[in-house]
Design a protein around this ligand. Structure first.
Ligand SMILES: C[S@@+](CC[C@H](N)C(=O)[O-])C[C@H]1O[C@@H](n2cnc3c(N)ncnc32)[C@H](O)[C@@H]1O
Length: 234
């Protein structure tokens, strides 16, 4: 019989609380852009994917570059049938697996240590926060290409292309909610070249603690863009 327990609306505050139990990466490498998504942002992305667009409950979900696992864990919490998280970093995968145990989630997550190139097959939904390419130009390119190869629907977080204080102020005033913006020509071209179509781009204000020596402030605040992408034939 179908299990309906996960199909009730989960409370976002409970998801944030659960993700707050999880540990971030203890020794992040700048070269891999290993910053950890704040719990509220991971929860917001999962929540929108689940309840605004119906892309999580009962679905197979893949988190490319899962780090310590918050997006994959959000998918499991929200009722994904099966979730896979893959990361190239051994410590990240070990912490992700410990985080899964700590949260006591029931919907299974497979943690894979490896390069995203190793992923084959087909998934309903991707939730990903790839390296933005701040350290290595266009590092997010291969994540988008892999996402479009293996999934119908992708939620992918990217750097907002330029400093926009007005947008940042508007995002502050809407407190944790999205504001719809336009795609960058680079991502638009890349998605179209890989048989994808961008359905929407949502800007969100991110705030992460100081992590690397080149971070001058205690807290880094910046705008990121969440792309909702579909395969053209999907
Ligand atoms: C910005 S972090 C995001 C971590 C996590 N998804 C989160 O949002 O908290 C990007 C992650 O991608 C991983 N990564 C970078 N290149 C990779 C590759 N080629 N294959 C697999 N993982 C990779 C890094 O180790 C890092 O954990």
């Amino acid at each position: 019989m179908e299990d309906l327990t996960q199909q009730r609306l989960a409370r976002k505050i409970d998801l944030i609380r659960t993700l707050s139990l999880t540990k971030p990466h203890p020794s992040p490498k700048a070269s891999l852009e290993q910053y950890t998504l704040p719990p509220d942002i991971a929860a917001t992305i999962g929540y929108v994917a689940a309840y605004t667009f119906g892309d999580i409950i009962g679905k197979t979900v893949l988190d490319l570059g899962c780090g310590t696992g918050r997006l994959a864990l959000a998918a499991s919490f929200l009722g994904a049938r099966q979730t896979v998280g893959i990361d190239i970093d051994k410590i990240a995968i070990r912490i992700a697996s410990e985080n899964f145990a700590e949260t006591g989630l029931k919907n299974p997550v497979d943690w894979v240590l490896g390069d995203i190139n190793a992923i084959k097959g087909s998934f309903d939904t991707i939730l990903q926060n790839p390296p933005f390419g701040v350290q290595k130009r266009a590092a997010d390119r291969k994540f988008l290409e892999k996402a479009l190869e293996v999934a119908h629907t992708t939620y992918s977080l990217h750097n907002h292309p330029y400093n926009d204080p007005d947008l940042a102020n508007r995002l502050k005033s809407v407190k944790g909610r999205f504001i719809q913006v336009s795609p960058t020509p680079f991502i638009q071209k890349l998605v179209e070249a890989n048989n994808g179509v961008i359905k929407a781009v949502y800007a969100i204000l991110m705030s992460i603690p100081h992590m690397f020596d080149f971070h001058r402030k205690r807290k880094l605040e910046f705008v990121a863009d969440l792309y909702l992408i579909k395969k053209s034939d999907g």
